[in-house]
Design a protein around this ligand. Structure first.
Ligand code: HEC
Ligand code: HEC
Ligand code: HEC
Ligand code: HEC
Length: 219
């Protein structure tokens, strides 16, 4: 357990981009690999120092008895620009303000009869209703619990308020799907490309019959 945490810590330190001056470990790596470095012997001495520093980091790491620092390795150190295909709206529905700008918001929990009759909320519906997610005054936006508006292109921020672990996994590429470069531009699919925000449960698949054993002509 402890060993594991130490490994994570050093692993993170080795990967993190070095803020200028703050991390001798990262700094030395940059220096040692710089093409301007003249002699191999110098390089070796640098490497040795590196190892020593690494060992020191392991020895001092996380044993101080103070509460552990937030696990920074989990979040990207710089906010990554998330590219995703446009939200999967039904045709002709967006911008919502085309109709809603002229309408008074109706907060009553009800079965919709005039419009959006296809939407039946089955997503923690005993605690929630439409305008807990959709902005009442500007229908072209969603909103967080704080009231902060969120564009439909960033609807994952809304989902992440309650499914924080999934959002974290998604950002890291563990949940959902992303394509692009390992260490460069990536394209994500929004949560709503796979999950219907109004009925997010996947329907259970009906089990198919077991495959039939092929009959061999010789038998
Ligand atoms: C859990 C949050 C949440 C709740 C509650 C919610 N919605 Fe949504 N709704 C969303 C998100 C997110 C989208 C965006 C989907 C997308 O990007 O295509 C959306 C999309 C829509 C759309 C566009 C659908 C389409 O086919 O393009 C309509 C209309 C809508 N919601 C109406 C409603 C109504 C009416 C209710 C209440 C019965 C409701 N929503 C409740 C999150 C929510
Ligand atoms: C063509 C007009 C039209 C468009 C476009 C439209 N709506 Fe609506 N919307 C309505 C009508 C009409 C109602 C009231 C339905 C009822 O009460 O039966 C409604 C009701 C709602 C409600 C329930 C709360 C309320 O204020 O009545 C939500 C939430 C909602 N719409 C979200 C959206 C979103 C999100 C979009 C865009 C993705 C959208 N609508 C686009 C006409 C529209
Ligand atoms: C305000 C809190 C809240 C928000 C915001 C929210 N959810 Fe949920 N979600 C829940 C709760 C609570 C449940 C479990 C109860 C239920 O399924 O009705 C749930 C269930 C789910 C499930 C089903 C899990 C299962 O076990 O099958 C999925 C998938 C999901 N949400 C995805 C989303 C997505 C995608 C968004 C953003 C559009 C979102 N949620 C926004 C609270 C939230
Ligand atoms: C590429 C499609 C895809 C994307 C994008 C995606 N998911 Fe999922 N999600 C899935 C699948 C598939 C499952 C597994 C369903 C199962 O196991 O029954 C799942 C499961 C879940 C569950 C239920 C997990 C559980 O443990 O029961 C939640 C909650 C959820 N996703 C939330 C999200 C949120 C939030 C986002 C965006 C940040 C997101 N998903 C993005 C496909 C996706």
């Amino acid at each position: 357990m402890k060993l594991h945490r130490r490994w994570e810590k050093t692993g993170w330190q080795a990967k993190a981009p070095a803020p200028p001056g703050s991390k001798p470990f990262g700094g030395k790596v940059g220096q040692a690999l710089s093409p301007a470095t003249p002699a191999i012997r110098f390089l070796l001495s640098q490497l040795l120092m590196l190892l020593a520093l690494g060992a020191a980091a392991i020895v001092t790491g996380n044993d101080s008895g103070t509460p552990a620092a937030p696990r920074e390795g989990v979040q990207p150190s710089a906010p990554e620009r998330l590219e995703a295909p446009p939200p999967p709206f039904s045709e002709g529905l967006f911008p919502c303000s085309n109709c809603h700008a002229a309408m008074t918001p109706n907060r009553t929990r009800r079965a919709l009869t005039e419009m959006h009759t296809d939407i039946v909320l089955k997503h923690d519906e005993t605690h929630r209703w439409c305008l807990d997610c959709h902005d009442a005054t500007n229908r072209d936006f969603l909103h967080l619990a704080s009231g902060e508006r969120v564009a439909f292109t960033e609807s994952y921020l809304l989902c992440g308020q309650c499914h924080g672990e999934k959002l974290r996994d998604w950002r890291a590429g563990v949940h959902g799907r992303r394509i692009g470069n390992w260490n460069g531009a990536k394209e994500y699919l929004l949560c709503v490309h796979c999950h219907n925000p109004h009925q997010p449960h996947f329907r259970a698949l009906a089990p198919k019959p077991a495959p039939k054993r092929p009959v061999r002509p010789a038998e």
